[in-house]
Ligand binder design. Structure first.
Ligand SMILES: [Zn+2]
Length: 121
C-alpha cells in the first residue's frame, strides 16, 4: 500500500460536530477511513448491543484487541474491540478479497508483524 492511501480520519465525524483539531484526527488507511465513515459505534457480536468504537487518542489498543497466534487475524477482546473489529472489518472478512491478511502474512514472514507490544494468542 502506498503512502498516498493514508488519510486523516476524523475520530468524532465532522457531520456529528467533530472538529479539525489534532486530538480529533487519526492517521488511517483509506479502507479504515471509508468503513469508519461517520460511525461512532458498532455492534458487539457477543451481546448484540451497541458499543463505542475504539478511540485511538484516548484508549490503549492492547486493552481491546488480540492477534491470532499466526499474527494474520485480529479480534476484539472487549465490547469496544469487537464493535470496532466488526465496523472496520479489520480482517477483511466482509469486504475485499482478504488482501489485508495476505499483507499481514508477508509482514509476519519478514518479522515486522505483529508489533511486540500487542497481545497475541
Ligand atoms: Zn486500516
Amino acid at each position: 500500500m502506498s503512502p498516498d492511501r493514508f488519510t486523516l480520519d476524523h475520530i468524532n465525524p465532522r457531520s456529528l460536530g467533530g472538529s479539525n483539531d489534532l486530538d480529533n484526527l487519526a492517521l488511517a488507511c483509506h479502507r479504515c477511513n471509508q468503513r469508519h465513515y461517520n460511525f461512532t459505534d458498532g455492534v458487539d457480536s457477543e451481546t448484540q448491543s451497541l458499543a463505542n468504537l475504539f478511540h485511538p487518542r484516548q484508549m490503549d489498543w492492547t486493552e481491546h484487541f488480540i492477534w491470532t497466534s499466526d499474527g494474520i487475524r485480529i479480534f476484539g477482546t472487549t465490547a469496544i474491540g469487537r464493535a470496532t473489529y466488526q465496523r472496520l472489518d479489520l480482517n477483511d472478512d466482509f469486504h475485499n478479497n482478504g488482501a489485508i491478511q495476505q499483507a499481514r502474512w508477508i509482514w509476519v514472514s519478514s518479522g515486522w508483524h505483529p508489533p511486540d507490544a500487542d497481545p497475541q494468542q
